[in-house]
Write a protein of this length. Sequence first.
Lengths: 286, 345
Amino acid sequence: MRARLRKFLAAHSKPALLTFFIGLAIVIMLVFMAIFAPLISPYNPIKGVSEPMESPNGNHPWGTDTLGRDVLSRTIWGGRASIMVALIAMLVSLGVGSPLGAISGYLGGKLDRVFVIAMDTFYAFPTHIMALMIAIMLSPEAMNIAIAVGAAHMPRYFRVVRSISLSIRERLFIEAEKSLGASSSFIILHHILPYTISSITVLMSLGIAHSILTVAGLGFLGIGVQPPTPEWGTDMRWGRDIFLIGKWWAVVYPGFMIFLTVMGFNLLSEGLNAIFQERGGGRYAT
Amino acid sequence: MRINEKLGRDLTLRTYVITRFLLTIPMLFLLVTVVFIVLRVIPGNPIRAMYGELVTPEFLEEMTKKLGLDKPIHLQYVDYWARLIKGDFGVSIWSSRPVIEELSYAFPVTLEVSIAAMILSIVAGMPLGVISALKRDRFHDYLIRFFSLAGFALPIFFLGMILQFVLGLQYPLFPIQGRYGTRLELPYITGFATIDTLITGNFSGFLDVLAHLFLPALGMAWHISALISRISRANMIETLGEDYILTARAKGVRERAVIYKHAFRNAILPVFTVIGIYFALLLGGAVLTESIFSLPGMGLLLIDSIFRRDYPVIQGCIVVYAIAVVVVTTIVDIVYAFLDPRIRY
């Protein structure tokens, strides 16, 4: 184990490792915070526990919101909803986008053209509006928000996986498999998808970052996770009423947490990208 | 020989432009159809959703007939297209005004702030990316890259609120809400406040509009300029490694000339291809920015209509977004094809 780690550290440049480990540290910290929210959070996040709009003090280090709820507790719990929804959204777009991309790129022809036009169209359409549209269609529950955001982000996965699939389908080893009588589905599952893993890992991390921003944006518009469930975007919507009169804590803390989370996942994907590139096998995913 | 080459180039360019135009048809068709499906499969009766549960059965029936909801779905679909082509988006349930009228007020607001944001982000993003590439792996590069990552991670609404608070309230340099001051009376000519003030010769009004435009545009530009600087950096680094740059240097061309005349032009061209996509991103981001800065644009109209369940307006907004996106990406692609002879079908 130690020898492996040493080998890993020796094989990569300092900036790549630094970016990767800082990102990883932030992400692990946030995931722990979300999982252990019931243990860490000092108060019940959905109950008023003090006077409304109390500024940060000894009892409430991050102050209280308009309903007298503890901002620290809400922010800790809010991570659960935000990260969970973003994670599911990422899985949705990954699960639909990458197989479609692999199939479309490998088979080519008319099917590929239709897919490309459709995906390009959706890719160009603003993600927020797309997610809004799907969210109106479904009702605003956490799961539906995740599906909406996931569907809106899907074309990114499609594009990357398709281009990889397109570039390797002419390679000799695929030709060899075909001559041995392998079916298309076998080749896609056993050769093409494994080939895309490094790019997909980078995209997944980036995808969570994007999803967190979109989910928070929907929450801020009032179409995301519904109150009283704590969620960063939704909480900022309510904090906004008192923000402009100088009571900044109900907005700044959840806002900072969104920033930190997205930054963490961005650094992680940046670091992974650099590491894969240094290995030579990976491709630029963005 | 020359002439033939030129002729050949123009022919392929023409085919490219025509193909690109034809491509907009399936794109538009697809988006408009999705809008139809989305708005028709919403569970429940839209009339009940719009007017509440207290409507009489007669009224329900009358409205169902009036909106054509009693017809089979395929006829409704044909109807929907026929009316869209005529530019008839129906009447807003909330304001009783034609939807097209509401849109003609809202769309210029969004377009204006998006264009302002785009200009800001190109002006900031490209030089930053180029500097970053020239100082590769040195302090300035890391600083710029950190800021671009940070710019990307800041939610647009959070940034907007911070700007409002800091530059609008703590240091009241810019107005924090609306399109222009309450004292300004603006006639509707083009719908673009900047152009309308200039046409009427109201220069102080123009400055007022620009001042109102600054914070929302800055908030939107932050994110996009981060993306543009990243792409400019990557392109610049790649171009600086090309053989012709080596040749230029070997010929003894001065470093400045190598960078600006040879590398910069070639590196910057591809950046324009992504601008179309970013413009769509801006239009989407405008939803959040408009709701923070109370700009009466498409985003605010869409959100308000969603809460009012004003379906004709929702539909109109989304169709206009779709058209805007398709038009912008097409224009960008075609302009790019004129600039770069390598792009052909």
